[in-house]
Design a protein around this ligand. Structure first.
Ligand SMILES: [Zn+2]
Length: 375
């Protein structure tokens, strides 16, 4: 019989895993932990791996990936595993997080969870799910104080824990202050600073390091059969986010390179009208969803990074021409300032600010940075 695949083999996190194994077996393993790190480095995958390591029934090499506990955790079916994440707000219920959620919507949520089960690096995309609310934590509180089988450890994983609103965070704090027996809390987040101090002081903080872009490039070539140039651009554009890199690889980067070219040509001109026109053009059609916006902006960052570092990604002629041209036209270009401005816009767009306004502000700021002027 072929050996079952062990999903708990985290890419590029050997050191992190070995640290956790030591911690788990040390007997000094606390009940609450924050796993902090950039998007796509494998924080959720690590949380599931920890849950499996604690509960695995194998004698050694935990998690084995094959015992009932391991398989149930992998499929998010383990009765003592509680996965907490943001849900759409469909009613004012304070106790039932799914109150008012229609059946069709529930199917979509389950489909998203199925993708997460198939690949724990996947970022859940649930429409209207902007925060983790008190109803979710109240529901959790009901569950975690129930009697537990002493042979198992209950594990609560809170995905993107910074999305807890104030009420939810306070409710969680109360639970952490009176920790239920045999329960471990794992909070994953890209923004640990957004968690209240009171929560952070109750948890141990662990930093999960970035994945190298070469690792991501190789993964894209191996798993998707993407050619090297495309894999390299996607990997570097993802800035260490494995899931984003895979999304980028599904799309045609040539299309986006053309958009970057058009945008930079516009920014190179002096008149304000063409900048405005370019914003409208992008706003109307091309940046219609979150993914395309993030991709466009990531590519723009990569572009300025390459201008700054004079790196040649693969052999993409269009790209190189553009980098060379920009260097020639704008020898004073302040790339680090441009990159910071784009990163701020990326973050703002993920928090649903007005696209047209954000792009207009960004483009006018970039015009200054191209010319090396202070903003
Ligand atoms: Zn196992």
């Amino acid at each position: 019989m072929a050996e079952a695949v062990n999903i708990f083999q985290l890419m590029g996190q050997e050191q992190t895993r070995s640290t956790w194994n030591t911690l788990i077996h040390s007997g000094r393993f606390g009940h609450a932990h924050i796993l902090a790190g950039h998007a796509g480095v494998g924080k959720d995958a690590l949380a599931l791996t920890i849950a499996a390591t604690i509960n695995c029934k194998a004698d050694q090499n935990k998690p084995c990936g094959q015992c009932t506990a391991c398989r149930q955790i992998q499929n998010l079916e383990y009765p003592q595993l509680h996965l907490v994440f943001a849900l759409p707000r469909r009613s004012a219920s304070q106790t039932d997080p799914l109150s008012g959620v229609k059946e069709g919507e529930l199917d979509l949520i389950n489909a998203e969870l199925a993708k997460k089960i198939a690949w724990p690096y996947y970022h859940l995309q649930i429409d209207g799910a902007n925060d983790i609310r008190i109803s979710t934590i109240r529901k959790l509180r009901k569950d975690v104080y129930l009697a537990n089988d002493p042979d198992t450890t209950r594990v609560v994983i809170i995905l993107r824990a910074h999305r807890m609103n104030v009420e939810a965070a306070n409710a969680l704090l109360k639970i952490l202050e009176e920790p239920p027996q045999g329960t471990v809390f794992l909070l994953t987040t890209e923004f640990p600073d957004r968690l209240p101090d009171t929560i952070r002081s109750r948890c141990s903080m662990h930093h999960i390091p970035d994945l190298g872009w070469e690792l991501i490039r190789d993964d894209l070539m191996e798993k998707r059969g993407v050619d090297q140039t495309q894999a390299e651009i996607c990997a570097r554009m993802s800035m260490g986010d494995l899931a984003a890199a895979h999304t980028f690889a599904e799309q045609d980067n040539t299309f986006w390179l053309e958009r970057i070219r058009a945008t930079l040509n516009t920014l190179a001109r002096e008149d304000f009208v063409s900048v405005h026109k370019q914003v409208l053009k992008l706003n109307d059609k091309e940046l219609e969803n979150d993914e395309s916006r993030q991709q466009f902006l990531s590519l723009l960052i990569l572009f300025f990074r390459d201008v700054a570092l004079q790196i040649k990604p693969g052999e993409t002629a269009l790209w190189m021409t553009q980098v060379t041209q920009l260097n020639k036209l704008f020898p004073q270009c302040d790339s680090p300032a441009a990159i910071k401005a784009i990163e701020r816009t990326k973050d703002a767009l993920s928090r649903k600010v007005h696209l047209q306004l954000a792009l207009t502000a960004l483009f006018f700021e970039l015009r200054k940075h191209l010319r090396g002027q202070p903003s």
